[in-house]
Design a protein around this ligand. Structure first.
Ligand SMILES: N[C@@H](CCC(=O)N[C@@H](CS)C(=O)NCC(=O)O)C(=O)O
Length: 275
């Protein structure tokens, strides 16, 4: 055997061993530790929903008292780089064993196969990730309605701009995003697959948040996306989700999160709007 081939084989054996070791580490009983701001649902909520739907034990670290290693101090330790693992830019992030994973869609992409919230085949996993990223895009746009100028400014300091942006969001962007999900449901019968996936949970949360933030507009618009509404109802009625929503573990919507109810921004969309 020539030296190059022998070298390749050694490397392959080394890679296989590494992958096996990695798999072993991943199947250890390491707890799932979610790090997210303790007083809002925000981007942490699709991850909480995934744990809750599957009855998976998890620690919502920052919701524990600071004296027990919780509070926002626990989050800041990672962001400052005082904990091992990849430094996250912002929460949510998940610690599982030695891994620290940030970015909502990335965290769910990691969790979903382990929690049984996505089919195993690659096409389904890529599809789920694409849809999750699209939901996250919409979440950014929804947040930017009340903070169109800068996240470091108070809402009252950018209210005039917010009032200019809100009708555009409600007439153009909201129908575009929700209409897209409705088209998928109408053509394919599901977002990812007939089995419940993490994208269904995130779509539920999106509708919940939009209903809270823009009740008048959603009341007017939702009849145009009946399949998405039905998906919301289906998820809300799942026993573990229903129990979670009624429990103190579910943070209530408030005006510090992504979905905020400012009535002056809830301008019902033009009923003739097309999507
Ligand atoms: N794309 C990231 C965004 C993370 C993010 O913006 N997190 C917010 C809380 S929801 C935050 O604390 N941001 C701090 C900052 O951007 O300075 C994700 O989806 O996880």
């Amino acid at each position: 055997m020539d030296r190059v081939r022998a070298g390749r084989m050694r490397k392959r054996a080394f890679d296989d061993a590494r992958v096996a070791a990695y798999g072993q580490r991943m199947t250890t009983q390491a707890p799932y530790e979610l790090y997210y701001w303790p007083t809002i649902q925000g981007r942490g909520e699709p991850i909480r929903l995934a744990f809750e739907e599957t009855g998976t034990p998890y620690v919502d670290v920052a919701r524990k008292p600071e004296g027990e290693g919780g509070g926002t101090a626990a989050i800041m330790q990672f962001i400052k780089g005082d904990q091992p693992g990849l430094i996250p830019l912002a929460p949510p992030f998940l610690r599982h064993g030695e891994l620290v994973i940030a970015q909502t869609a990335n965290i769910l992409q990691y969790l979903a196969p382990r929690l049984g919230l996505v089919p195993e085949d690659e096409a389904s996993r890529v599809r789920a990730n694409q849809l999750m990223l699209t939901i996250m895009d919409m979440i950014v746009e929804t947040h930017d309605v009340h903070h169109p100028i800068g996240t470091s400014l108070y809402y009252d300091d950018q209210k005039d701009a917010a009032m200019r942006v809100a009708p555009l969001f409600l007439r153009e962007r909201l129908p575009k995003f929700l209409g897209y999900f409705e088209r998928l449901l109408s053509r394919d019968g599901h977002l990812v697959s007939p089995a419940l996936s993490y994208v269904d949970l995130a779509a539920f949360q999106l509708i919940e948040g939009l209903r809270y933030a823009f009740p008048k507009s959603m009341f007017a618009f939702e009849p145009r996306v009946p399949l998405l509404s039905a998906l919301h109802t289906h998820v809300a009625g799942r026993p573990r989700i229903a129990a979670y929503l009624a429990s103190p573990r579910r943070v209530r919507f408030n005006e510090r999160g992504i979905f905020r109810n400012y009535p002056e921004l809830d301008v019902a969309p033009d009923p003739d709007v097309r999507f």
